[in-house]
Every structure is written in C-alpha cells, then in structure tokens.
Design a protein around this ligand. Structure first.
Ligand SMILES: [Zn+2]
Ligand SMILES: [Zn+2]
Length: 331
C-alpha cells in the first residue's frame, strides 16, 4: 500500500485522504483541477473547481441524497478531460462511497463490484455500515434518487425515525405526496369512510408481518436485507432473546402480507396531509384532512398493532375508519 495521500482509481478519478489537499504540490503534480471534499471543511481551495459535501462519517447520514450532484460533478470533470480528486478525512468511507456511487451510476454495476474496483487500487476503501446499506438501496432504485421511488421514501422514513430518537427532533421532514393532488385513477387506495377523501395510495401502505415482536426498518446493518428483530418479553418486560431474521426478498416491500383478520390498523408513510407534523412532535392524532374525523395516530418511536407486532415508526389508520378501494382496471 502506498503512502500517497490519494490514488487514481480509474483514469481521471482519484480518491484519497484529507492530506491530499494539504500536501504541498500533490494536486499540481497529478494535474488535479477538480476536487470534491466530503467533509465539513472550511478550506476552500483557490484555483480549483471544488464541491464541498458537508457530512459526517456516521451511519445515520443521508449520503445518498448527494449522489445526483456528485455524479454530475465527477462526470463534468471527465467530460472536460480533467482529473478529479474525491477526498474526505481518512479516505475510507465518505469519499469511497461517493466514488462507488459514481461507478455504479455510470457503469450500471452493483455496489459490490464498484467497491472492488476501488479496493484494487485503494485497499483501505471501506464505507461505513449505513453508507454501505444506502449503496444497496441505490442499486435497488436503479441509481435514481427520487421520492417517487417507494424504497427511497422508506429509507427516508427510517432515517427520520432514527434522527428523532438520537436528536429529539427531525431536521428535515420528507413526507409522501398527497394522492388527492396526483389522483392516479384506478389505483388501489384507502379513503376516509365518512367523507370518501382519498388518503393514501397502495404504495404508501407499509405491510407488516402479524405477530409478536418488533419490526423496524434499519439500514445500519452490513447486509442488504431488512432485519426483523424478534423479541420475546418476559413478564418483567425483559428481552429474553433476539434473533435476526433476514429476508432475501426485496427488503423493504417484502415485509410480508398483513393479516386482515388480526390487524386493527393500516400502517402508512408520513403523509403531506397530516396536520400538526413538525420536527418536534413525537406523537399525535391523524385526522382526516377534509372532515377532520380522527382516523388514527402517529408515534415516531413506534406502536403496537393489535396483532402484537411493534412497528417503528408508526403512522396508523384504524381499519374501521377507512375503506379500501381496490384497483380498477381501465380499458
Ligand atoms: Zn398487525
Ligand atoms: Zn373524512
């Protein structure tokens, strides 16, 4: 392994440590004119085309939302036939994740393949577990970071719940589009029983496996499956066993069919029409946006369905307050 602060991965793209921009002459020697700094750094490089992505190397950071911008920045450097350096502090996690995303997007390859290309030249490449998971989701959403994609919205939802738990508030709230505004005819949906107002599309309903234990969306595990933690509680409320069940299906949508017989609630995504959702409230009512009938409730730290399953976060609609409208085939 070289002592160089950065290494060329493929023609024109370099990845490296912070020292790459502080080592005198390093950029000049390697004819690097473009720099992406993936760290909260004050330094602005004069005479260089620099993009600063101010994020920490922690699993909870949403690094994925920066991919469209960083991909374009890297691509435009290449199109100009100029060299580009992507660096962070240690050159292990943040910078490597950004270059991995670029390789995935530009070559339509898997995260694993892209990381192996980087590792061949830069053995310390090692995205943190949360970034690794996000690269997996990026693959699933076909390299298109878009809130139209259900998998991406599920990631944002889990991310917000985690942020709430860690910091006590949600800095940036991303809510699912109100289907009333984009009425897609003929789609399955839920309506308010009283006033018939459309509340959610089928895509906004989060299926859960009926039964005891917890179900949460976690992205901090190093493999690309959803982990369902089965917890059995003793009479004293102590957790006796924790077994992780990996599903090999689509991790987000494979959360299995809801039993209509045992579940009193639909679990939905945080929706635009929910009143009183702000970054501080941990729980509240879900009222119909039209007739104001109470339809359910929400709690960022989770809630238990009548089937026994805990779901986190929990945005619930009581079955008896809503009607399920089946998809209609349009000719
Ligand atoms: Zn249930
Ligand atoms: Zn209503």
């Amino acid at each position: 392994m070289s002592d160089e602060p950065a290494q060329q991965i493929i023609p024109r793209i370099w990845v490296g440590r912070y020292a790459a921009i502080t080592t005198p002459g390093f950029l000049e020697k390697n004819d690097i004119k473009n720099v992406i700094s993936v760290c909260p750094c004050e330094d602005t490089l004069t005479g260089y085309n620099q993009l600063v992505v101010s994020i920490l190397d922690v699993a909870e950071e949403n690094i994925m939302k920066h991919f469209p911008e960083t991909n374009q920045f890297i691509q435009s450097s290449i199109d100009k036939e100029e060299n580009i350096l992507v660096h962070c502090e240690a050159g292990m996690s943040r910078s490597v994740t950004i270059v991995t995303a670029y390789l995935m997007w530009s070559r339509k390859i898997t995260a694993k393949k892209a990381i192996s290309i980087i590792k061949a030249e830069w053995p310390s490449a090692s995205p943190n577990s949360g970034f690794f998971m996000q690269l997996g989701i990026y693959e699933e959403i076909d390299y298109t970071v878009d809130q139209q994609r259900t998998e991406y919205r599920r990631f944002l939802m889990a991310n917000m719940a985690e942020e709430r738990e860690m910091h006590g508030y949600v800095a940036e709230m991303t809510l699912a589009a109100d289907p009333e505004n984009a009425a897609k005819q003929g789609r399955a949906s839920l309506r308010c029983k009283k006033c018939r107002r459309v509340l959610v599309d089928k895509d906004n309903i989060i299926e859960h496996e009926p039964g005891k234990g917890q179900q949460a969306f976690s992205y901090h595990k190093r493999d690309s499956s959803l982990h369902i933690s089965e917890t059995a509680s003793s009479d004293h409320g102590e957790v006796n066993t924790v077994a992780q069940v990996n599903t090999s299906l689509n991790p987000l949508l494979a959360s299995l069919a809801t039993s209509k017989n045992n579940c009193s609630s639909y679990f939905i995504e945080p929706m635009e029409w929910i009143n009183g959702l702000d970054q501080w409230n941990i729980e509240g009512r879900l009222d119909c946006p039209r007739c104001h009938t109470k339809l359910g409730s929400y709690c960022w730290s989770g809630a238990q369905c009548s089937c026994g399953r805990w779901v986190t976060p929990a945005f619930t609609l009581h079955r008896k307050q809503v009607d399920e409208i089946k998809a209609v085939k349009l000719r």
